[in-house]
Design a protein around this ligand. Sequence first.
Ligand SMILES: NC(=O)C1=CN([C@@H]2O[C@H](COP(=O)(O)OP(=O)(O)OC[C@H]3O[C@@H](n4cnc5c(N)ncnc54)[C@H](O)[C@@H]3O)[C@@H](O)[C@H]2O)C=CC1
Ligand code: BAL
Length: 501
Amino acid sequence: MSTTTFSLEFKSETFKGKVNFPTGVFIDGQFSAGAEGTTIDVINPSTGKVITSVAEGTAKDVDRAVKAAKRAFTESWGLKVPGSQRGQLLNKLADLFERHSDELAALEALDNGKTFNWAKAADVAMSIGVLRYYAGWADKIHGQTIETHEDKLAYTRHEPFGVVGQIIPWNFPLMMMAWKLGPALATGNAIVLKPSEFTPLSALRVCSLINEAGFPPGVVNVIIGYGHTAGQAIAEHLGIDKVAFTGSTLVGRKIMEAAAKSNLKNVTLELGGKSPNIIFNDADLDLAVNWSLHGIFWNHGQCCCAGSRIFVQSGIYDKFLERFTAKSKALKLGDPFAGDSYQGPQVSKIQFDRIMDFINSGKEQGATVHLGGEQHGTEGYWIQPTIFTNTKPDMRIVQEEIFGPVGVVIKFEDQEDVLRQANDTLYGLAAAVFTTDITRGIQFAHSLQAGTAWINCANSLHPNVPFGGYKQSGVGRELGEYALNNYTNVKAVHINLGQHI
Ligand SMILES: NC(=O)C1=CN([C@@H]2O[C@H](COP(=O)(O)OP(=O)(O)OC[C@H]3O[C@@H](n4cnc5c(N)ncnc54)[C@H](O)[C@@H]3O)[C@@H](O)[C@H]2O)C=CC1
Ligand code: BAL
């Protein structure tokens, strides 16, 4: 089956160079057209125009990918390959990410709209860090010997599931791929991965790098397809033993339901958030302003752990709002490939409409638009950094995940009240607290119902540190040693040393 290629010469301020790579479904180490012969248009969010078309994968392609993964797992991967060798391959892939980091950052900027500079400094760098971190774990995955009595030896093994399905979103296309590949490959699983239909380019480029690194064919298979077809097929497939998903809470429920109705496959979910960012009177004001800005406006607000509810104690509320507003106004919206741009467009027309609908709901429900609140420019999907004040707790902009550059700033008086408000959400992904009283900071961090609690920083992650949600923000943990548990079954082995019945 023939496939298409994507070829483009970048002549931008930040990246000059040519990219050229196949864009088919990637199964068993080869690219081909999808089974139905259909394609998906990839849109440039800066302009709303089509960049290219890539092969659409559907349920039939997922099925073929699962068979390839199963064969690879049994014949040339899994427990057949020592951990040290799996680690070497992951390190080789990290080397290739490093060698092609400009190209990968340019692809992120092109179809996601994030700025080239941030993509290179954050997304590509973190992806490399994650691959190397799990390369290091690959030969250190072991169980325990367990004392019982003298007539028995018992031990555990941590064995890979086999074939795992992974469904990732568009906000960090490359980084989410690395978060999923790293622990799954370190533990010896074979993979069928579905990137978002909105941002397929970096994942397709990585497929060629996976071949170049030397992974056996079929160990990683990548299907670009729509959620309700290819994604659903992964969640339902009887040959898939585990599914890991990052995206909306709505779709997370569907994945869990599909897993329950098919083969009860193991499920891990990394979902939405409405993270509180709490600033006490005694906080270092500049520090709090800078991190709050990063918390809500970095990546155009398209972060699951964005600090979208900013609670400020009454003694510093006016000063904070003044400085926060001045800095927000100064953020440069512009061409993702320009060296001085901080914010590019939102990823898609659907997201643009969704965010504008939230902004309009805030206006209609009586909140004050303190800054922004409108589209930026006339083409593409750009939205001004937006700050709402004078909100009420039941407003949609206070309760629901907006996933855009829209924050609410809320005045509070005392600690018990702000703790109650901070925890008054369906979500529990992350929370930040700013104070110079470290005892208060630690005690408060312990009281927050969130999988990540930051003290005097926000929206700051590290490959070695677990990340995941309380409540409806998810199931399981990514990153760190904890993520290895997502990808292994524990087998208990009992050896009789003289026991009779
Ligand atoms: N936690 C996070 O990192 C993310 C959260 N979101 C939240 O979700 C909202 C909507 O964004 P969407 O792009 O619509 O997210 P989504 O949850 O629909 O998309 C994420 C991934 O799931 C796939 N998917 C969609 N429907 C599926 C199904 N029925 N079965 C299997 N896979 C399916 C998509 O193709 C994509 O690969 C955002 O506004 C944001 O609030 C979105 C992206 C990432
Ligand atoms: N979904 C992983 C990181 C983030 O969205 O902030």
